[in-house]
Design a protein around this ligand. Structure first.
Ligand SMILES: *[C@@H]1O[C@H](CO)[C@@H](O)[C@H](O)[C@H]1NC(C)=O
Ligand SMILES: *[C@@H]1O[C@H](CO)[C@@H](O)[C@H](O)[C@H]1NC(C)=O
Ligand SMILES: *[C@@H]1O[C@H](CO)[C@@H](O)[C@H](O)[C@H]1NC(C)=O
Ligand SMILES: *[C@@H]1O[C@H](CO)[C@@H](O)[C@H](O)[C@H]1NC(C)=O
Length: 456
């Protein structure tokens, strides 16, 4: 049984009132590009402050049509060949400029002219001082409750008929959770879903997609709070006997039913798209706040995922030299990506739940339903650490865009735009040292077995 199929069984087993998880995907749309005129002209080239599309008069970028090189098979999936189903014209930003309208800077750059380079440090959540932890929780509360000015999410709609789409407001954090859901919804080919294919998992795009997701949220939270130093923390779960950050001071404790303690920070958070079995539609509950479910977590209670991964597991996965291997899906052997993603044991030869997937299942509840797992903020701490391991692999094996393999997974080619981000980030361009994106990871000196060195 494959990983995602197994996850589906878990969902059915644990949460009987939900039916099979078909998948999830998330995608944010620039609000200014969801007008009737934008869809009619298939153009998302917003006017910048200088009143020119993509700030072209100020040399920030240009509005261009993205020509596809490869022939796309006949399809009826709105996300394939992103973002061509929606827009033929989007911004291409020059130099240090970025953002859907080239009004923002590339990750790691700041200032009106984007010429101020800045490096931030992502630290282990337990390394933060109490004041820093409090700041983190207040920023997250703000992100969860403040409507995103720039982005809306796709709510209902039959995938085959663009005119049925409806775009709705969401908070910044919900836009993030939605993006994960939207890109993870299975690919539909010839009116049939293929549950083994999506745009963010089960293929070489996995590490880069999640890296970009964290960068997106981190940047948007910096803009929202005006705090350029804000860095997403991580959770180093290696060798943990239990989820030691699942306390009320940090991510929250839970009762036997998985309900978070009402005195913890996230007990009142509700999950967008929580009843996520929407075969043809997108998340019809996105704008029905009252129907959203509370977060759930049940660490350590899933019989087939009783432990978190060990130090040795991570070290062994890091020894795998090949970034990814044919057939570039969840059956790939000797593939660092497949081992990190957790369909392959760190030995490189046994198809068995490990690292990333194991932690999701171990944590249980919302986190174990991968499509909606982004709703639980422990997701960003987990993916912070997954990204740290990815970055360590890049350093040790000289990973670069050339390392990213040609492959036949839809939307996961080296030159495909990572779905569903704006502007276009090519999948291959996410294999670079984190310092090129303006952040680095602290080493984490917790007590650990003798002889294990820090991941740096
Ligand atoms: C980008 O920022 C760097 C560092 O601040 C600066 O030296 C460089 O000139 C900028 N590049 C462009 C194209 O503006
Ligand atoms: C979809 O169906 C058409 C017509 O039956 C077929 O030619 C095509 O190969 C199919 N596409 C895929 C990707 O299976
Ligand atoms: C992986 O790819 C191989 C070769 O294309 C294919 O036969 C197999 O069905 C795929 N497995 C999954 C789980 O996607
Ligand atoms: C983890 O285990 C330790 C030691 O058994 C215990 O003191 C602690 O309360 C547990 N923490 C959680 C969050 O379950």
């Amino acid at each position: 049984m494959t990983g995602i199929q197994h996850l589906q069984k878990v969902v059915v087993g644990i949460i009987i009132f939900l039916t099979i998880c078909l998948c999830c995907v998330e995608s944010q749309f620039p609000r200014v590009c969801t007008t009737e005129a934008s869809f009619r002209t298939k153009s998302c080239c917003p006017l910048w402050k200088d009143k020119s599309p993509c700030g072209s008069l100020s040399g920030r970028g240009r509005c261009r049509s993205w020509i596809t090189k490869q022939k796309i098979p006949q399809h009826d999936d709105d996300r394939l060949d992103w973002p061509r189903h929606y827009y033929d014209y989007t911004c291409e930003c020059y130099g240090n400029y970025s953002g859907f309208d080239c009004g923002d800077c590339k990750f790691g750059y700041h200032g009106e002219k984007c010429d101020r380079k800045k490096m931030i440090i992502r630290r282990e959540i337990r390394e933060l001082s109490v004041v820093e932890q409090k700041r983190l929780f207040s920023y997250l509360a703000l992100a969860k409750t403040t409507k995103s000015q720039d982005f809306v999410v796709l709510s209902t709609g039959d995938r085959h008929h663009r005119e049925t789409y409806r775009f709705v407001d969401a908070s910044l954090y919900d836009v993030f959770a939605w993006m994960h859901y939207y890109s993870m919804k299975p690919v539909m080919i010839n009116s049939t879903f293929d549950p083994n294919k999506n745009y963010a998992h089960q293929g070489p795009a996995f590490p880069g997609w999640h890296r970009l997701g964290l960068l997106f949220l981190e940047r948007q939270m910096q803009l929202m709070t005006g705090d350029e130093d804000f860095a997403i923390p991580y959770y180093d779960w290696r060798g943990e006997k239990n989820c030691s950050i699942c306390t009320d001071e940090l991510m929250g404790s839970n009762d036997a039913q998985g309900v978070l303690n009402p005195y913890s920070h996230f007990s009142f958070w509700k999950a967008i798209c929580s009843g996520f079995n929407f075969p043809d539609e997108y998340c019809p509950l996105a704008d029905a706040e009252y129907k959203m479910e509370r977060l759930h977590r049940r660490p350590g209670t899933t019989p087939y995922a009783p432990n978190l991964p060990t130090f040795e597991d991570v070290e062994n996965a890091l020894k795998l030299k090949d970034f990814d291997t044919p057939p570039f899906n969840e059956t790939s052997l000797r593939s660092f990506r497949n081992s990190l993603e957790g369909f392959l044991a760190p030995d490189g030869i046994t198809l068995k739940r490990s690292l990333h997937n194991l932690v999701h299942i171990y944590l249980g509840g919302t986190m174990s339903q991968i499509p909606i797992s982004g709703n639980d903020p422990i997701f960003i701490l987990h993916h912070g650490f997954i990204d740290k391991i990815f970055d360590t692999w890049i350093s040790r094996h000289n990973g670069s865009p050339e390392t990213y393999p040609e492959n036949n997974e839809l939307g996961q080619g080296p030159d495909d735009c990572c779905t569903p981000y704006f502007p276009c980030y090519k999948n291959k361009d996410l294999i670079r040292k984190s310092t090129e994106f303006g952040y680095e990871y602290s080493p984490f000196h917790q007590k650990r077995p003798l002889g294990w060195k820090s991941l740096q």
